[in-house]
Design a protein around this ligand. Structure first.
Ligand code: COA
Ligand code: MG
Length: 277
């Protein structure tokens, strides 16, 4: 089942790791990249090597350092040693990066962060590859704005500027095209629950099925936003039942509204996501 909440935890902090494992996050991402200083990378890897064996929930992921960085190869030595479900690859620029990683790691599942460099915005369709171990794609604005030389990612009115909205939408469409999970980016202001709720619900309406988190307090809000409501489930059940009763119909009326095949696909997806618990 696709994780709703993907909680980052700096891999050099045993205290935060314990808290993350105790949270309700569907997936935990042990970070070896931006949140761990160069001097602590080696000790962070040692902590991950010595994690206790886990049950299947939460899924455990590790964000390694990007391809081409001086830490990348040492990070890969964790694979097969630490009890890790998959790799989060930052600063990915195209599907070829995922394939290169797969050659080195032997097809462990990959979640790529796909909008962190300027060039990355142009390689999106290359993720569509049936041989790829890619299972999720997410987007980020922080590294992109730094790489673009921007002084802010916001417009004068406080909304995300066009460039980052573009990055977000491209990530969503590319993930759908590749048949992998689209995951929305982080809300850095972890004390603002309301902003997180608004953003997560908007992402869910648009088609994202999960969101990155940086603080345990964000997990419940994210899980709720990506869990279909009772009303959504009942509506989806009504659509599925209507098509089951009329298997040859192309278009039907449910609750006074037109529904056709795309609605049926959507309804099945809602029921799949609702069946997770
Ligand atoms: N995972 C697990 N535990 C976390 C956590 C996380 N991501 N973030 C905070 N906590 C813990 C804190 O250690 C603290 O524990 P304590 O009560 O035992 O002291 C508790 O939750 C409350 O934290 P709080 O005081 O609200 O925040 P903070 O100032 O300690 O930490 C950050 C703030 C941003 C440094 C921290 O949330 C963090 O490290 N986030 C992850 C950053 C990251 O991985 N970034 C890379 C991806 S963008
Ligand atoms: Mg980063």
């Amino acid at each position: 089942m696709q994780p709703r909440s993907w909680l980052f935890v700096p891999a050099d902090s045993e205290k935060k790791i314990a808290k993350a494992l105790d949270s309700d996050a569907d997936a935990i991402i042990f970070d070896l990249e931006d949140s761990v200083a160069p001097a602590n990378k080696a000790s962070a890897r040692d902590i991950l090597k010595n994690l206790p064996q886990r049950t299947e929930r939460p899924q455990l992921w590790v964000r390694i350092n990007p391809i081409g960085s001086e830490f990348h190869r040492d990070d890969l030595h964790l694979i097969g040693v630490a009890d890790i479900h998959g790799i989060v690859l930052p600063k990915a620029e195209g599907g070829w990066d995922v394939i290169e990683l797969a050659h080195r790691t032997g097809n462990i599942p990959v979640h790529a962060i796909v909008t962190e460099t300027p060039a990355s915005l142009f390689g999106m369709l290359s993720y569509r590859d049936p041989k790829s171990p890619l299972v999720a794609m997410s987007w980020g604005a922080e590294d992109l704005s730094a790489a673009l030389g921007a002084s802010s990612k916001y417009d004068a009115d406080g909304g995300l500027s066009f460039t980052y909205k573009l990055a977000r939408s491209r990530c969503l469409a590319a993930a759908a095209a590749a048949g992998v999970q689209p995951v929305d980016g982080v809300v850095a202001d972890f004390k603002d629950d309301q902003a997180l709720k608004v953003e997560a619900e908007a992402a869910s309406r648009e088609g994202f099925t999960g969101k990155l988190a940086i603080h345990p307090a964000q997990v419940a809000v994210i899980n709720a936003a990506f869990t279909p409501s009772g009303e959504e489930v009942r509506h989806a059940e009504a659509i599925v039942a209507a098509f089951e009763a009329h298997p040859d119909a192309g278009v039907l009326s449910v609750g006074g509204r037109m529904v056709d095949r795309p609605h049926l696909v959507q309804a099945r997806r809602v029921l799949e996501r609702a069946a997770r618990e």
